[in-house]
Design a protein around this ligand. Structure first.
Ligand SMILES: [Fe+2]
Ligand SMILES: [Fe+2]
Length: 193
């Protein structure tokens, strides 16, 4: 295997860290007085990212770790924590952002995920870098390929979440670039009076 994906993929441990960083950044955008529509978009983005991440770990990372000696940790802790997370995701999807328990349910998911991520980043990932060090690149490439398969059917949902959760500063930057682009295009277009 010597495809572009194999060459460009980060190691599996760095890819897992990047996923964690992305979902934590989504959490940090959620504030109590955020507009209900934005809250719902942030929850939807976090839930989708967590679902894909958990499936990737369960299909590729956890089995490799179980074979390398972390079977008890993965079976007794990691997978049950993913299941609890999925139950909270289901609950949130059935709620409206204006429901009185919406904030607390999302905070509960956030708290569980922060705890789970802390354990992965301080226990499982360092262990992987010790026991799987010669397979980290190959597993990273396998995760990238599988991510593309899992993301493709949900591309519309991902694009919608991105558009609805883009911080105002990025929107301003994007709008600024658009205005500047239009201005320069007009200037460079010859006038035929
Ligand atoms: Fe993870
Ligand atoms: Fe996990």
């Amino acid at each position: 295997m010597n495809t572009l994906v194999d060459k460009l993929s980060p190691s599996i441990t760095n890819m897992i860290r990047m996923d964690h960083t992305a979902v934590l950044a989504t959490f940090h955008q959620y504030e109590i007085d955020t507009k209900p529509k934005t809250k719902q978009a942030l929850v939807s983005a976090a839930c989708l990212a967590l679902e894909i991440h958990a499936q990737l770990e369960e299909e590729i990372f956890y089995p490799a770790m179980a074979r390398a000696g972390a079977e008890d940790f993965v079976e007794d802790k990691s997978v049950p924590e993913h299941d609890t997370m999925r139950t909270l995701i289901d609950t949130l999807r059935r709620m409206k952002p204006t429901d009185s328990a919406y904030d607390d349910t999302f905070m509960e998911l956030m708290r569980d995920v922060l705890h789970h991520v802390a354990d992965e980043e301080t226990r499982l990932l360092p262990m992987a870098e010790r026991v799987l060090h010669d397979r980290l690149g190959e597993l990273g490439a396998a995760m990238t390929k599988r991510r593309l398969e899992l993301s493709a059917p949900r591309a519309g949902e991902i694009a919608m979440n991105t558009a609805r959760t883009l911080p105002a500063s990025s929107m301003l930057l994007a709008a600024g670039a658009l205005i500047a682009g239009t201005y320069f295009m007009k200037r460079s277009t010859p006038r035929h009076a």
